[in-house]
Design a protein around this ligand. Structure first.
Ligand code: C2E
Ligand code: CA
Ligand code: CA
Length: 749
């Protein structure tokens, strides 16, 4: 019994959803990781490009600063020289020391014209420059002033900037140590820049290469000679491209960026910056965790949303597809199941079992709704024990439908039917509060003839009707013949409905006379409806009355017949025939309508007929279920003068007791009994019916009299009236009127 549509579907759905979500989740987290990484790398690249820009501007600044410092130094050298020359006559070592202090210069020497130091603020007093020495060259040359570029003093190896200026008898030399210039421009130099770079948390290494790819600056703590470029790097540098790569450098994972350094159009070298992957990784992880957190929260929100909507949908489905009283699906769900599942299961045997409770209303009236519900629930639990897959639905108040699947063959269907009758029977014998519900059961197979749910529900509906009249504790398994009948019934039903909308223009009435045996006069005619349909041809009343009753169309059709019959009666009266009754067949469905009597009276009023000339024939079986209600209505009708005949007597189960209580005028013995009469030999059954009717003061009519001998027998045995082919078949109004005229001319009144 593993088949549960809802569960399967739900499970399948949720697995697919969860899988989909997992895939999406993984995909998104992967995308996030990639996005974060590329974002960070992009950031590093931007950062490095920015660094390069900064560096270039620092380099430019450094040149500028050097120039500036040079100008400044020259200025100072110049001023110091000028001051000395202004005091050429008062020179002394002390004086020079004073000047050196005031003008913040490091060396001052006064040379005579032979380039010999005469005064000094420092050492070297008496030192004389020899030929070849720049001082000597200056002393001997024509130039008055010489400001030299920074040079290294040969003895001290110290970079110094010297300036010389000639006076009247000699010249002064002033020197400022260039280290101080260095001091001034140091902050602009590449080494400072490299130091600044590596101080940044995320940068591990920085190298500054000259145009020969020699490292000229790098981290302080690294031996620059160990640095080597690989081919890719060399190529990039050669082509002055910006180069990015992840690599391992000195045992550390780094992200390397190489930028060419240009000042104006001049390539000054290349800058290599290596970012630590650690900080990249940890930043990436942080961002990743945040993003993942957000993603997880969104997923959770989505799941909650899905869960809520599913719950809501389930609730709606439950309302639409569920019978909460019995805890099973309703018929709407069968439709959905059919469309979504059953039609696609071509290879397995499928069927619908209908279980109709015969005495549902009676049991409910006696025991209450709750007790009935409990019994039904118990029965449904029994169904779960069936040896084939099945799903139960509530078809209607008193009917349960069961979808059966994957049974072997028709024989198994029979076994299943017996089993269900048995299981439910057990319920009946349960101790304590047993069930008094009795069922009748029907099965219809869902085979290739069932092409749509409409087909199926038509079959089910027809089957349900059969069960209504079927016997308790019996089952019907629909064969092809039955299914064909169902289909025809459905067609008839449709045509009947069309006829209703066309005001029954396809219908007409025939009239069958009946004869009083004593007077040998026609004392009445029975009205019999006929239907000639365009689609289906002639449809006998046996076929359509049933369906008209089940679809309630009989109420309107019946009214139409009564009206036409009254018009016929009126035409009889108009022709001076005032002793022939018109007998109309009335269905029990018509009778139980609230307004039946008033409708009849309205027609009598309208057609101005004598109600005493009207007779209503009702079938014996009509009395069984609605005895009290019908008896009341018949009383009302009889009070108006309409006589009542009990039709088809002998086929139902009327008890004499009941017959005594109900007030009728005629008893019509069913034609099946008359068919047994073949001679004048006594027929006990017919005789007892006749004598019983006489006891009750009823007139007896025999229908279906086809043979003379039957007429003779009935006449001799006290039957009052006969009707049948012997006298006349049902015939049109004109014909029956002339027949009456002919017949009654000779007979006595
Ligand atoms: P019913 O009321 O018992 O009508 C008698 C049926 O027996 C009629 O069949 C009639 O044609 C047929 N019949 C009459 N004499 C003989 C005979 O000698 N031998 C044989 N074998 N049959 C004879 P019909 O007209 O086919 O009607 C069948 C049933 O349909 C009727 O049975 C009646 O129950 C129902 N019916 C017919 N017309 C109406 C109607 O206007 N209203 C209602 N509610 N039911 C009708
Ligand atoms: Ca009849
Ligand atoms: Ca009959």
């Amino acid at each position: 019994m593993g088949y549960d549509y809802k569960k399967n579907k739900f499970k399948k759905d949720s697995y697919i959803n969860i899988l989909l979500m997992l895939i999406l989740y993984l995909m998104f987290s992967q995308i996030i990781s990639i996005v974060i990484k590329s974002f960070l790398v992009k950031n590093m690249q931007d950062n490095s490009a920015q660094s390069v820009k900064v560096h270039i501007s620092r380099l430019e600044n450094s040149d500028y600063a050097t120039d500036l410092a040079n100008d400044f130094l020259e200025e100072r050298l110049f001023t110091a020289c000028q001051t000395v020359l202004n005091h050429e006559g008062e020179l002394s070592n002390e004086f020079l020391e004073e000047i050196s202090r005031v003008h913040k210069v490091d060396h001052i020497y006064w040379y005579n014209s032979q380039a010999k130091i005469e005064y000094t603020a420092n050492d070297y007093l008496g030192w004389q420059a020899s030929e070849g020495d720049p001082i000597y060259e200056f002393a001997m040359g024509d130039e008055k002033v010489l400001i030299e570029p920074i040079r290294r003093a040969e003895d001290s190896n110290i970079y110094t900037k010297y300036g010389q200026m000639k006076g009247k008898n000699g010249f002064v030399q002033v020197g400022i140590l260039a280290d101080k210039i260095q001091e001034l421009t140091k902050q602009f130099c590449p080494q400072g820049f490299i130091n600044d770079l590596v101080e940044q948390e995320d940068i591990s290494y920085a190298y500054y290469l000259d145009n020969e790819n020699k490292v000229i600056f790098c981290n302080d703590d690294i031996d620059r000679r160990t640095f080597e470029l690989n081919n890719d790097e060399k190529n990039a540098i050669e082509n002055s491209q910006v180069y990015y790569a992840e690599k391992n450098h000195l045992g550390q994972d780094v992200y390397e960026i190489i930028h060419p350094i240009y000042m104006g159009d001049m390539k000054k070298g290349s800058l290599i910056i290596m970012y630590t992957m650690e900080s990249l990784k940890s930043l990436k992880n942080k961002l990743y965790i945040i993003a993942l957190g957000l993603l997880t929260i969104s997923c959770l929100i989505y799941i909650v949303y899905i869960y809520k909507t599913r719950k809501y949908n389930n609730m709606l489905n439950k309302l639409a597809y569920y019978d909460s009283v019995l805890g099973i699906y309703n018929q709407n769900y069968l439709e959905r199941l059919f469309e979504e599942e059953i039609t696609h299961r071509a290879s397995v045997n499928k069927a619908i079992m209908l279980i109709k409770y015969k005495n549902y209303d009676m049991v409910r009236l006696n025991y209450g709704q709750e007790a009935v519900n409990n019994m039904l629930v118990k029965n449904i639990n029994h169904l779960k024990k069936l040896p084939v897959d099945n799903i139960q639905f509530r078809y209607s108040e008193d009917t349960i439908s069961v979808y059966l699947e994957d049974y072997k063959d028709k024989n198994q269907l029979k076994e299943l039917s017996d089993l269900v009758l048995n299981l439910f029977g057990k319920n009946l014998n349960e101790p304590g509060r047993g069930s008094f519900l009795s069922i009748s059961l029907g099965i219809i197979e869902i085979d290739k003839n069932v092409k749509s749910f409409i087909d199926l529900s038509n079959y089910i509906e027809s089957l349900s009707r059969i069960l209504e009249t079927g016997k308790a504790n019996e089952y019907v398994i629909c064969d092809e013949r039955r299914k064909e009948k169902f289909l025809l019934d459905k067609k008839v039903e449709k045509e009947l409905l069309d006829a209703y909308f066309r005001n029954y223009d396809e219908f007409y009435l025939l009239y069958q006379p009946y004869l009083d045996l004593k007077t040998n006069r026609i004392v009445g005619v029975e009205v019999l409806a006929r239907w000639e349909n365009k689609e289906l041809g002639f449809i006998p009343p046996d076929k359509f009355i049933d369906i008209a009753e089940k679809t309630n169309i009989i109420v309107s059709l019946g009214k139409w017949i009564i009206k036409r019959s009254c018009e016929f009666l009126k035409s009889l009266e108009n022709k001076g025939i005032d002793d022939v009754k018109v007998a109309i067949n009335i269905s029990v469905v018509q009778l139980i309508q609230d307004d039946f009597v008033s409708e009849v009276l309205a027609i009598i009023e309208e057609t101005k007929v004598n109600p005493k000339m009207l007779k209503f024939e009702i079938t014996e079986s009509a009395l069984i279920d609605n005895y009290q209600l019908i008896s009341k209505k018949l009383d009302l009708l009889r009070m108006e003068g309409i006589s009542v005949s009990l039709d088809d007597f002998g086929t139902g189960h009327s008890s004499l007791y009941r017959l005594r209580k109900i007030k009728i005028d005629y008893l019509k013995i069913d034609k099946s009994f008359i068919g047994y009469i073949h001679s004048k030999e006594k027929d006990a059954l017919i005789n007892s019916i006749i004598s019983m009717a006489k006891d009750l003061d009823l007139k007896v009519i025999a229908e279906g009299v086809e043979e003379e001998v039957q007429k003779e027998y009935l006449k001799e045995n006290n039957c009052d009236i006969i009707q049948g082919y012997l006298l006349s078949r049902p015939i049109p109004d004109e014909d029956v009127i002339s027949l009456i005229k002919d017949y009654n001319k000779t007979g006595e009144k």
